[in-house]
Design a protein around this ligand. Structure first.
Ligand code: NAD
Length: 285
């Protein structure tokens, strides 16, 4: 262990992972190809540290110490060999991820990981020289607030690598689940199944979206109902996952016609202001 943690991609997830890793005492290198994105990420990180101090979660000295532990890099070639871990959090495109992982592997990390939410770890491991050191580390958004870390074990992932990932979860303050590399892992498969059934219930006229959600919140203690969650994630994102899962598991994951129609009409949820609910200024109206 040399306490070096590399994150590739400073988008929504990458900056969140960097924030948590710096808070856990790692020296973080955040690799981002897009200069504007890199600057925006550092601004966002500064805002997070400032808010943590205002809320009394960190002292000013702790926040400053975390800030000095995060360095921006424009390319993986600038990263010295042998970090403890490299996690890629670039967009969900298999070819892009494979090329980033190949460049990351050349830096010889003890653990190489992908934050993919749906691509098979086995398929991403194709072409790696040391697939036994590679696993999925599926963080949740926002990374600093979500306790879960889904560790995805590919066909070639070594037991020691899984053990390293579980230990890392503990150090990052996350509670891990270890899952096999099957489409949808544990989270997306179960979450999307519930979401799709809720959409079929809206189409069947069982109840209003608000009442279906309320039933799950009050009756099953879900923190948010499945339809509101679909609005938050994005109906287009859920439709893509449903189609992937339909290919893998058959028609029980067939997207309901209502979902397909809403996506075609541009009703994608919170990001477009309209989904199962109306959204104004980022809040459910
Ligand atoms: P994003 O688009 O916000 O960020 C991706 C970043 O990667 C961008 O800043 C982009 O410029 C950068 N990038 C692209 N190519 C690069 C390269 N070669 N080297 C360095 N940086 C590069 O995406 P995101 O929402 O953070 O998602 C990233 C990954 O995390 C995806 O695989 C996604 O499926 C997964 N994920 C996302 C969420 C979520 O809620 N957004 C949740 C869990 C997992």
């Amino acid at each position: 262990m040399n306490d070096r943690f590399v994150v590739v991609g400073a988008g929504t997830m990458g900056l969140g992972i960097a924030y948590v890793a710096a808070g856990a005492g790692f020296h973080v290198e955040l690799v981002e190809v897009d200069r504007d994105r890199a600057d925006a990420a550092m601004e966002k990180l500064d805002g997070l540290w400032q808010r943590a101090v205002e809320r009394g979660k960190l002292t000013a000295a702790q926040a400053d110490a975390s800030r000095t532990r995060v360095l921006l890099r424009g390319d993986l070639a600038e990263v010295a060999d042998g970090p403890d871990v490299i996690v890629e959090a670039v967009p969900e495109r298999p070819d892009l991820k494979r090329s980033v992982l190949a460049a990351a592997e050349a830096r010889q990390p003890a653990l190489l990981a992908s934050n993919t939410s749906s691509i098979s770890i086995g398929s991403l491991a194709d072409g790696l020289d040391r697939p036994e050191r590679f696993a999925g580390l599926h963080f949740f958004n926002p990374v600093w607030a979500m306790a879960l870390l889904e560790i995805v074990v590919g066909p070639a992932t070594a037991d020691e690598t899984t053990a390293v990932a579980v230990a890392l979860a503990g150090r990052l303050g996350k509670d891990p689940v270890v899952v096999r590399d099957l489409p949808g892992f544990a989270t997306s498969r179960l979450g999307v199944a519930l979401g799709l059934e809720a959409i079929r219930m809206v189409a069947d006229g069982v109840a209003s979206p608000a009442d279906i959600d309320k039933a799950m919140v009050l009756g099953y203690r879900h923190p948010v109902g499945p339809l509101e969650l679909t609005d938050l994630v994005g109906l287009d994102v859920r439709l893509d996952i449903a189609r992937t899962l339909q290919q893998a598991y058959g028609d029980r994951f067939a997207p309901p016609p209502l979902l397909v129609e809403m996506v075609a009409a541009g009703r994608l949820g919170k990001k477009t202001g309209q989904g199962f609910y109306h959204w104004e200024n980022g809040r459910r109206a």
